[in-house]
Design a protein around this ligand. Structure first.
Ligand code: BTN
Length: 305
């Protein structure tokens, strides 16, 4: 982290010997406290005060850290998670300059979107991570329904689609120590009110925004609030072993089941298959051309029909 600060200051041309000495003396927990302090209050578009006023949750979003601009809310959330912020704390930024998507891709995050990361201190093992991602997808879909979006579907594992275009991506990351999960960071990016003609050409055709779908701008703060409420609700179902109920909700909104896809599993294992369903662990169940069934635990699916 100190190296990051030094890099940043170097970039801004502010690295005098004096500042360097001061940085070397910073206690990392003090620094985390400063970062938390900076995140108190409202920014121009993200109003923590408004979100909190009506937020109906027990622990998700009780601490909101809101920034004008960060590199990635997931990265900042990881840093805060390692410095003892409470379970259910949420990092939100109006804009991200180095946001990360799945498979090492960059994620466009200009002003006008909802870019947030939820910090959880779960008592679960690795095998449950795919289910947490699926559950988050259901929470986003339900939140979109609450603000009037019809036809939100979930493309395995975690893209939210409206009318065949992607509107939201989810990146779940685990912070581990000695092989146990200390924290889970669930990053959610929703394209809400921005103009996607400013996105790179290759992304434009496959992307939509909530505003384009509703025909009017959506309130980012309301969307954040209802997402946090839905996320907590589904989290409780998850903790009470209600996996089957979550999968039922997922299946109801599935964009993938019943389609022919190209499976892109790790280690360049690519093949065409028919999607039969989703299994208890969150794996996609597909039937290959030779009739055999396979569970796809991680990777991507490219829809072919
Ligand atoms: C995907 O590739 O579909 C996942 C995209 C996840 C983007 C979100 S935006 C908030 C959080 N911060 C990041 O750097 N990534 C996630």
């Amino acid at each position: 982290m100190k190296n990051e600060i030094i890099k940043l200051l170097k970039k801004e041309g502010k690295l005098t010997d004096e500042t360097l000495d001061e940085i070397m003396d910073i206690n990392i927990h003090d620094f985390a406290n400063i970062v938390q302090e900076i995140g108190q209050g409202d920014t121009e578009y993200i109003k923590a005060s408004e979100i909190s006023k009506e937020l109906n949750t027990k622990y998700i979003g009780k601490n909101l850290y809101v920034y004008n601009e960060v590199s990635s809310t997931n990265t900042l959330a990881k840093f805060l998670a390692m410095n003892d912020v409470e379970n259910g704390s949420v990092v939100i930024s109006e804009k991200q300059t180095g946001a990360r998507g799945r498979s090492g891709k960059a994620w466009e995050s200009p002003i006008g979107g909802v870019w947030l990361s939820v910090i959880l201190h779960p008592h679960v093992d690795y095998s449950k991570l795919p289910l947490i991602t699926l559950a988050t997808g259901v929470a986003v879909a339900k939140a979109l329904e609450r603000i009037g979006v019809k036809d939100a579907e979930i493309k395995w594992p975690n893209d939210i689609m409206i009318h065949d275009k992607k509107v939201c991506g989810i990146l779940t990351e685990a912070v581990t120590q000695f092989n146990t999960i200390e924290n889970i960071i669930i990053g959610v990016g929703i394209d809400v009110n921005m103009d996607i003609t400013n996105f790179p050409d290759e992304l434009q055709a496959g992307t939509t925004t909530i505003a384009d779908e509703l025909g009017e701008k959506a309130d980012e703060n309301t969307l954040i609030r209802v997402f946090l409420e839905e996320f907590e609700k589904i989290g409780e179902v998850f903790l009470e072993d209600g996996i089957e109920d979550i999968l039922k909700e997922w299946r109801k909104r599935s964009y993938t089941i019943g389609k022919i896809v190209e499976v892109r599993a790790p280690f360049n294992k690519y093949y065409d298959a028919y999607v039969v369903g989703i299994g208890k662990e969150g794996a996609l169940i597909v039937e290959k051309i030779d009739g055999t069934l396979e569970k796809v635990i991680s990777g991507e699916c490219i829809i072919k029909n």
